[in-house]
Design a protein around this ligand. Structure first.
Ligand code: HEM
Length: 528
């Protein structure tokens, strides 16, 4: 009886064998067959050929061979933790979302922080935007706020996203640089897309090299809606404010840390939570209505713009606490699937053309990445409230409908009838009126690419401004094509003349004509 053998012993092959007994369970195959020997394949004679009959070996190797799934096409490197969200006060005037109806209520949460451009094994301290994705397991379904640590984005229309990411990731012929913006393709794309200038200012600032995930802000970026029980809608921007404060490292520190400990941000989160020092963020809302939205000199549907907090103060409505690391990185952090379209009743979308595109992309990519439409059955993705539908079958189905009915309407009664739609409680889209010709064009109201970039720059301290200048100088010094550097300089003259002049100096270049930025795109450059 192997269960009674508690001593490790050396087998005939000289290997150390650890056998079941005491509190050590008996190892089994995936079929539950007890395993007697996990060290040696079944052979014809101790020195003979392996036998096909060895089902334990075949199953073990087959499973190992299939361990990898595709990494995320962006945000591949990330780190997650569990926690809860606590509602400070009911927000019934603003939203019917169940999570905001009761003071002090705690809702389970899972958060995944990430870099954007680097591959899964890249270093934590890359100069990059950080993802800040929050899954709230509310009593009316999962609500995902799939945000970043910077309040604006590079592009205005989802159509440009594949190009942005192709340009930012490693170049297709040489497969480097990984996880860096310091290369020709990225700056070529960015300089030909003036809408990216505001985000470039943030990306070159200290915000893009946070000291750790615990010291970052988070932003939903897009304007969303909240709708109350009477059907009244308000526009909302989401903010996460770290109770730990906001801290970054300098570039020199980042480079050293990457060399010494590329897992620095992971280790920081693990150590903090394991030692009971739970990081916290407060959820803040900027709330405004349609009339107020029309009074801004930019468009609230444009994700390259933020709403200045002086105009619409951030109202704090709850807190997020992370207090438990995952049991298993792959099962939870790797398989979690966030999606901007996961919103509960009381939260709704706007026509931001970036958000609209994201609402298509996430579900699509997750089917590829997780391999089955049933990825919502995985414990990390499944709602923690009751859920019922007639969706069935497919790879790995674990929640098929029970009983007779798998369609509706049906005439059955009781449990056999299955779930029914619920007009009173169910999600209803805000009945926004839209009447316009079908066109493929960018709104005029999206045209000002420089004003907020300038406001951001002049809001920085002198030291922070120097860091921005130095970051541009470092990144552009890696760009081999002078015409691309020059085009960036011509954009920056529209942001701040001193910045552009001192950057030209640092790069040893003449300041180009300010109007170059508006001229025809560069073409015909010979790649090096
Ligand atoms: C991840 C698409 C813009 C935040 C992803 C993924 C895709 C994607 C395909 C991988 C998802 C997965 O495999 O599970 C897009 C598209 C965008 C866009 C098409 C624009 C059209 C943004 C913006 C933000 C953002 C503006 C921030 C507000 C994130 C985050 C993740 C992510 C945080 C990682 C989620 C995680 O930790 O699993 N995005 N994205 N994305 N995206 Fe976006």
């Amino acid at each position: 009886d192997t269960a009674s053998q508690t001593e490790d012993f050396t087998g005939t092959g000289g290997e150390t064998r650890q056998v079941a007994g005491g509190d050590r369970p008996t190892m089994t195959t995936a079929q539950g067959i007890p395993v007697s020997d996990d060290q040696n394949t079944l052979r014809q004679g101790a020195r003979g050929p392996a036998l096909m009959e060895d089902f334990h070996f075949r199953e073990k190797m087959f499973h190992f061979d299939h361990e990898r799934i595709p990494e995320r096409v962006v945000h591949a490197r990330g780190y997650g933790a569990h926690g809860f969200f606590e509602t400070y006060e009911p927000l019934t005037d603003l939203t019917s979302a169940d999570i905001f109806q009761r003071k002090g209520e705690r809702t389970p949460a899972f958060v995944r922080f990430s870099t954007v451009a680097g591959n899964k094994g890249s270093a934590d301290l890359a100069r990059d935007v950080r993802g800040f994705a929050v899954k709230l397991y509310t009593q009316e379904g999962n609500w995902d706020i799939v945000g970043n640590n910077i309040p604006v984005f590079f592009i205005q229309d989802a159509m440009k996203f594949p190009d942005l990411i192709h340009a930012a990731k490693e170049e297709p012929d040489r497969a480097f640089p990984q996880a860096q913006t310091a290369h020709d393709n990225f700056w070529d794309f960015a300089s030909l897309s003036p809408e990216s200038v505001h985000m470039l200012m943030w990306a070159m600032s200290d915000r893009a090299i946070p000291r750790s995930f615990r010291f970052m802000e988070g932003f939903g970026v897009h304007t969303f809606r909240m709708v109350n029980a009477e059907g009244k809608s308000h526009f909302v921007k989401f903010h996460w404010k770290p109770k730990q404060g906001l801290q970054s490292v300098t570039w020199d520190e980042a480079v050293k840390i990457n060399g010494a400990d590329p897992d620095f941000h992971r280790r920081d989160m693990w150590n903090a939570i394991q030692s009971g020092d739970y990081p916290e963020w407060e959820l803040g809302l900027q709330v405004f209505d349609e009339d107020f939205a029309d009074s801004f000199d930019f468009d609230i549907l444009d994700a390259t713009k933020l709403i200045p907090e002086e105009l619409v103060p951030v109202q704090i409505v709850g807190r997020l606490v992370l207090n438990r690391m995952v049991d298993n990185f792959f099962a939870e952090t790797e398989q979690v699937a966030f999606h901007t379209a996961n919103v509960p009743p009381g939260v709704d979308f706007t026509d931001d053309p970036l958000l609209q595109g994201r609402n298509f992309s996430y579900l699509d990519t997750q089917l590829k990445r997780l391999g089955s439409p049933n990825f919502t059955h995985l414990p990390i993705n499944a709602p923690k409230c009751p859920f019922h539908s007639f969706q069935q079958d497919g790879h790995m189905a674990m929640h098929n409908p029970k009983g007779r009915a798998n369609y509706e309407p049906n005439s059955w009664s009781g449990e056999a009838a299955g779930p029914r739609e619920n007009p009173a409680k169910g999600f209803t889209s805000y009945p926004e009126e839209v009447s316009a010709p079908k066109v493929r064009e960018r709104s005029e109201t999206f045209a000002d690419h420089y004003s907020q970039a300038r406001q951001f720059y002049i809001s920085q301290t002198e030291t922070e401004q120097t860091h921005i200048r130095d970051a541009f100088a470092f990144e552009l010094s890696k760009v081999e094509t002078p015409a691309i550097r020059s085009r960036v300089l011509s954009h920056l003259q529209h942001v701040d003349m001193d910045l552009a002049t001192s950057l030209a100096d640092a790069l040893g270049m003449e300041l180009p004509d300010k109007a170059d930025a508006a001229r025809e795109p560069l073409t015909g450059l010979e790649p090096s």
